[in-house]
Design a protein around this ligand. Structure first.
Ligand code: ADP
Ligand code: MG
Ligand code: MG
Length: 464
């Protein structure tokens, strides 16, 4: 779409699953016309729609371009204990834990807590159940573009639905951007300072800024709240915390710090960035996420929660516990020698995960086997940096994917993310809601799934 969308924009969108064609579709007539002709027309119309509606990312080639979710994060001992071995071998997690420990030591109060999360699932073809891939608690992306893709597909089907025999109304409405902005807006209200702003912490080089600007836009238009964008380095250079805890930037108090950076080691190239993260944590600004929410999103905590009797520590209701467990895939720590042995024997049935975010970090197949053998031979604590997960195999189907305005037909699988927002002020839960969805579709032969990382395309759901 580069040539259709105004430079320096680029669109990357998936196609409707149900619009998939049979292998012979390129010649089969659709509604009296050649399928290929209809497809070409649809791709062009879709690319145009994307440019007109801001469903775009920056062009890499162009530099201009309830109470439940809270319980684990409140259990500081559980977080520190579960991650204690990881800490010894993973410097990044160790730094996060260090900030967390400092906050525990001063008994830091966080009256207002805001979480903007996304829980991701794949449909396991064997059991036909949705199994959780992970829970994202920091820098949860695509509330903006994800909602737009549903609108794009609805618009495509309004025009071509009859020809294709598909009803646009079967695409569920997706209000993720509006609802995330609403949660940020309500958090701002709870902070209760008219002159305060929301601060979005961003990467210096960001391609997904349009996704972020959708939230900034809704915040301003619907809630009258101003957002400033700062990198961690800028926060360190320009920010200060007043004696009463108020975080001040650009001369204005900051009500909410919304992290769209800070989740990866590369976001902390020097001590400057770590000192900014600590400064934010020490302030009274609402952090989305707080350091403890951030840690709850680690793969290690996901694996600990899946161990027998651990959910019982956080939930009383047996039915709730059973429902949650049903979504858990097999998860193991690497001190389980039997599992490590099975994974070396049958690497294709597992995924090896370090404590990282943002896609592209997991190990599969041959790499998984080699890494396990190497880490085992090293003996020390090296294995503690990883967890093992049962590999989920969703059923693949033939799909038409559009990338850069070019349509490919491939066997693909999808990953469904459910956005959720959570806002609490002391004992009052202000919001605890699901907020729409993100569908990502990728070629089934690719292991990883990130859209921003270039492995997947954005997609929609069509209910049948
Ligand atoms: P990240 O935090 O980097 O997004 P994920 O756990 O989501 O880490 O893994 C990245 C991608 O790897 C997922 O989007 C998915 O495509 C694939 N993946 C992760 N876990 C599994 C699994 N258990 N089975 C199959 N694919 C997986
Ligand atoms: Mg993640
Ligand atoms: Mg993920």
């Amino acid at each position: 779409a580069a040539d259709l969308c105004a430079s320096p924009y680029r669109s990357r969108v998936g196609s409707l699953r149900a619009v998939r064609a049979e292998p012979s579709s390129s010649v089969a007539p659709v509604g009296g016309r050649k399928a290929a002709a209809v497809q070409a027309e649809m791709v062009e119309a879709a690319a145009m729609w994307c440019a007109m509606h801001g469903l775009v990312v920056g062009d890499r080639g162009n530099p201009r371009s309830g109470t439940v979710p809270d319980r684990v994060s409140l259990d500081g001992k559980f977080l520190q204990g579960s991650l204690s071995r990881t800490k010894q071998v993973d410097d990044f997690t160790a730094r996060l834990l260090e900030i967390h420990a400092k906050m525990m030591a001063v008994n830091k109060k966080e009256d207002i807590r805001l979480g903007l999360h996304r829980s991701d699932y794949m449909l396991d073809s064997e059991t036909n159940s949705l199994l959780q891939i992970e829970l994202n608690t920091i820098s949860t992306s695509f509330p903006g573009l994800g909602s737009l893709v549903s609108e794009l597909h609805r618009s495509s089907l309004n025009q071509y639905g009859e020809v294709l025999g598909l009803d646009s109304e079967r695409i569920p409405r997706n209000w993720a951007a509006i609802q995330f902005a609403e949660a940020l807006g309500k958090a701002w209200v709870e902070y209760n300072n008219e002159s305060a702003v929301v601060m979005m912490v961003v990467q210096a080089e960001e391609r997904n800024m349009y996704d972020q600007y959708w939230l900034i836009n809704h915040l301003k238009e619907s809630h009258g709240v101003m957002t400033i964008r700062k990198t961690l380095a800028q926060v360190e250079a320009e920010g200060l915390v007043l004696p009463d805890g108020t975080l001040v930037l650009d001369g204005r108090p900051v009500a909410v710090v919304y992290f769209r950076a800070g989740y990866a080691p590369t976001d902390y190239p020097s001590e400057v960035e770590w000192s900014a993260r600590l400064l934010i944590e020490q302030s009274s600004a609402i952090k989305c996420p707080s350091i403890s929410y951030h840690l709850v999103g680690t793969k290690k905590i996901q694996q600990e929660l899946a161990k027998p009797s651990v959910l019982e520590r956080f939930l009383d209701n047996e039915e709730d516990i059973a429902k949650l467990r049903k979504c858990f895939a097999g998860l193991w720590s690497l001190d389980n020698e039997e599992i490590v042995k099975s994974a070396i024997e049958k690497p294709d049935l597992f995924v090896l995960k370090p404590q990282r975010e943002g896609g592209g970090n997991n190990l599969y197949g041959h790499d998984l086997r080699e890494t396990l053998i190497r880490l085992k031979n090293e003996q020390g604590e090296a294995l503690a940096a990883y967890i093992l997960m049962q590999r989920i195999f969703p059923r693949a189907s033939l799909t038409q994917l559009v990338q850069g305005g070019v349509c490919f037909e491939e066997l693909s699988i999808s990953e469904l993310g459910i956005f959720g927002s959570y806002l609490r002020n002391k004992d009052k839960v202000v919001i605890n809601n699901q907020c729409g969805y993100l569908m990502r579709t990728k070629v089934s032969s690719s292991n990883e799934g990130g859209v921003a990382a270039g492995f997947a395309v954005l997609d929609s759901i069509l209910l049948t």
